[in-house]
Ligand binder design. Structure first.
Ligand SMILES: NC(=O)c1ccc[n+]([C@@H]2O[C@H](COP(=O)([O-])OP(=O)(O)OC[C@H]3O[C@@H](n4cnc5c(N)ncnc54)[C@H](O)[C@@H]3O)[C@@H](O)[C@H]2O)c1
Length: 324
């Protein structure tokens, strides 16, 4: 860090788990610790952090550094974009999901009730430091969580990546750090490229939401880790893609099998009406429907307007088909 911050005053933001494991790494710097939970993505936490920044006499020269998973990088981004109308920030992602996705691209946000990321901004960090050593303490469930987003990149952009993932499994990457590093690198490159071309999500960046429309609707409602919800969301999106984008039926089976190889859930007994009530307020809604990311084939995604009626039918079919 010393190499990139050039004498700025640092305030670290992290969660209780990361602080518990890596306390000594923070040295004597000011540090704000929030509970390790999705519930920390709330306005109440933002207010609490702001009060601590005031107590610490943080000013516009202060650099806020988020060290943690997607929850921490999302909160750090939002606080930094609002505190004194904006201060600099940097990230040290410590989860696989944070490294391949959440820390990149500048999107941040907090939830309001069951609605994911309802309040947020786009603010780019000055740096992102990747250190694979953090993955050494990551629970297995968090590895799976990260692989949901890695599989997503394969589905949306990269047939070669998808095939590589099909040929291996979670244990392979947990045991082969070099293979993992090249995988992380590939995902970072994809996300960087997309964000550089379309920071404000008017075009290509929308494709990164594959699996996230339904995924976000079930994430908080059923208390699932982000990647687990996205896993289910991608399968439902694949089913919708079959109906409205001509996706080959075989792909859904391949996707299901690949998700299972990474210990991701492929079935969930959800309540379609409850999910629909959240979807009807989705950020991507447009008169009576949603701009939905579909797959035309592996490695090729597109946006289709799907009506709420069509979505409702797909959700009912998913539960009727015994996919839970
Ligand atoms: N802004 C974006 O572009 C973007 C993209 C994807 C996801 N997200 C958001 O990210 C969040 C999910 O991120 P996440 O999966 O990283 O969750 P998380 O931040 O909750 O981290 C998961 C768990 O791992 C623990 N942990 C973190 N690093 C660890 C380490 N090195 N060793 C041991 N334990 C560690 C955390 O304390 C937590 O309990 C969601 O809120 C999601 O909405 C944001």
């Amino acid at each position: 860090l010393a190499g990139v911050v050039q004498g700025k005053r640092l305030v670290f933001l992290t969660d209780t788990n990361v602080f518990g494991i890596y306390k000594t790494l923070f040295g004597n710097h000011a540090i704000i610790v929030v509970p390790a939970a999705e519930e920390s993505k709330s306005l109440a936490t933002i207010q609490h952090i702001t009060e601590q920044l005031i107590d610490l006499e943080a000013d516009r020269q202060t650099l806020l550094v988020g060290v943690g998973g997607g929850v921490i990088t999302d909160i750090t981004g939002l606080v930094a974009s609002m505190y004194m109308r904006g201060i600099s920030l940097g990230f040290v992602p410590t989860t696989l999901l944070g490294m391949v996705d959440a820390s990149i691209g500048g999107k941040n946000g907090v939830n309001v009730g069951l609605y994911k990321n309802m309040l947020g901004t786009i603010r780019q960090p000055q740096f992102i430091l990747f250190d694979k050593e953090f993955l050494g303490t990551l629970p297995q469930v968090e590895w799976s969580n990260g692989f949901a987003e890695i599989i997503k990149y394969g589905c949306v952009f990269d047939t070669f990546l998808f095939e590589e993932l099909m040929d291996h499994d979670l244990q392979y990457y947990m045991d082969n750090i070099e293979a993992l590093q090249s995988l992380i690198h590939r995902c970072v490159e994809w996300k960087n490229k997309v964000v550089m071309e379309d920071e404000t999500e008017r075009g290509q960046r929308k494709l990164l939401n594959f699996g996230h429309t339904v995924g976000h609707a079930i994430e908080n409602r059923y208390g699932l880790p982000h990647g687990f919800a996205i896993s289910i969301g991608m399968l439902i999106a694949a089913r919708i893609s079959e109906a409205y984008a001509g996706l080959n039926t075989e792909v859904q089976h391949l996707l299901r099998r690949t998700l299972q190889q990474y210990q991701l859930p492929t079935d969930l007994a959800y309540e379609p009406e409850g999910v629909m009530s959240i979807l009807s307020l989705d950020k991507k809604r447009v008169n009576g429907g949603i701009d939905f990311v579909v797959l035309e084939q592996i490695g090729k995604a597109a946006i289709r307007k799907i009506s709420f009626d069509q979505l409702s039918v797909a959700l009912l079919n998913h539960t009727d088909a015994g996919d839970h």
